[in-house]
Ligand binder design. Structure first.
Ligand code: FES
Length: 173
């Protein structure tokens, strides 16, 4: 009895090689298909990197700066502001006393192109004169103008000694 199992069929590339048995110049170098594969793999790696970076910037909440006494609370009237520098001497900041018990503080640098913002009491907002950017006085959120991000918030508290302390600048926003 004879073995009638079918012969293994050559794949298309082997058939092509058998029918046209010549060597092309640079045949061993990267083929178009391999090049496309590398491109897809590279694009995939870049996309994954971007997703990871976006997730990291969304999740991080890093506070900059050491706790430091800023000013005697009694010397800032309600509706008044006090300029200071935080977390370093190169970082202009400003605090606003909203009420007897509430104080907020922000970096004075506009999040558009870095001009200095100041408090407009009649509008109860932070205003940037460079391109007419406006921010909410109490939250620092953008109200209008070209800025896309809120002002950098500085956590503050009034302590028993009557001093307003800066506790750290939130860099997570
Ligand atoms: S720098 Fe503040 S609005 Fe442009």
């Amino acid at each position: 009895m004879t073995d009638r199992r079918p012969e293994p069929q050559p794949v298309a590339a082997q058939i092509w090689k058998r029918d046209f048995p010549y060597e092309a110049a640079a045949e061993e170098e990267v083929t178009r298909r391999e090049f496309a594969r590398y491109l897809v793999a590279g694009a995939g790696a870049l996309a994954l990197g971007n997703v990871g970076l976006a997730a990291w910037t969304q999740l991080r909440t890093i506070n900059e700066g050491e706790p430091r006494a800023i000013v005697d609370a009694a010397s800032v009237e309600v509706g008044g502001t006090h300029l200071f520098r935080y977390p370093t001497d190169a970082d202009p900041a400003v605090l606003l006393r909203i009420s007897d018990t509430e104080v907020v503080a922000f970096s004075q640098k506009c999040t558009h192109l870095g001009c200095v913002v100041y408090y407009e009491a009649d509008e109860h907002r932070w205003h940037c004169p460079c391109h007419e950017g406006n921010f909410d006085a109490e939250t620092g959120d953008v109200i209008s103008g070209p800025p896309l991000r809120p002002l950098g918030r500085i956590d503050v508290e009034t302590r028993d000694d009557g001093m307003i302390w800066a506790l750290g600048r939130d860099t997570g926003s």
